[in-house]
Design a protein around this ligand. Sequence first.
Ligand SMILES: Cc1ncc(COP(=O)(O)O)c(C=O)c1O
Length: 364
Amino acid sequence: MSRFWNKKTRELTPYVAGEQPREGAKVIKLNTNENPYPPSPNIRTTMNHFDPVSLRLYPDPQSSDLRRAMSSYLNVPSDNIFCGNGSDEVLAFAFQAFFESGATASPLRLPDISYSFYPVYAKLYDIPTQIIPLRGDMTIDVDAFCSGACGGIAIANPNAPTGMSMKLEEVEAILKANADCVVLIDEAYVVFGGESAVSLIDRYPNLLVVGTLSKSHALAGLRVGYAVGSGELIEGLCRIRDSFNSYPLDRFALKIAEIAVNDRLWTEESTRKIIATREKMRLTFQEMGLDVLPSAANFLFVNVGEKRAEYIYNYLKNEGILVRYFKKPRISAFLRISVGTDTEVSALLTAMRAAIQSMEEGEI
Ligand SMILES: Cc1ncc(COP(=O)(O)O)c(C=O)c1O
């Protein structure tokens, strides 16, 4: 606490990201859902030919070339695409552009268990929220999102940290029932098994789909996110961007992201490997007697038991394996484990078995 902080800064509860070990540390990092495979090899050639003199000039504020590449990747006109500095920034712009602030505003509806940045942004921008609990089976309560008026909706699909996904009909039901407010569907993990709502943007001007290259294209370090929606929503995002930072993506990021998006085969191949490993992991956890939620993402949410979760998390950490543990109501029995390479996963499984055995011996 500092006497120089204003009221807003004093009252914030900032987002806590998964641990980022120092560069070069020998750890198996399965805690922030990064892609375990490298990004497109075409990036190296582009980097070798990148002319540093071009950095003298500001980058294209409209991200035109990248939007053109995204347009063919997502099969939507580039006028319906917005690019930003990671989807976290795109989400922040969307919250500011479309959800009302102030105590008397109609609340933004959020699931109780979802990406923990949503309530952080809501607080930062003074947007009141109405929290809708997940059903007992950890699925989104679609009916609750469809009943009564609200000031907007934000849902991750597939959801994080559960990994569970809604069907397209369910997303459509939410869109229909909330035609007067923006429904933000965060598809950070959609390539790993979800159904994308991008195809619905023509029919629902209130739909904003947010995505990222961090997971699907193995570019978490580059910071490139995007949104897809009707022209009026894209214009709203541009108005916020141009009132904050007209150049959210630098020249280097724009070029590299474009190359990566154009290398479809590379992305498809690494996605296929991740899904195959995820399914093997899931079966192994089940054989170990653990409950695992069905995942359409690049991570699994594994119920290891209330008494054991924190112990296993710490045990794995001591072994140099990072996973995510949320000490929060309803999910404190779970570990969220990103899908790694087959070698990383086999080390994880060996360490988890050892952790469970050591607990049983110590009768924890
Ligand atoms: C659901 C969800 N949305 C958005 C993000 C942010 O992704 P980025 O800012 O790297 O694009 C994450 C990151 O983990 C996420 O889990």
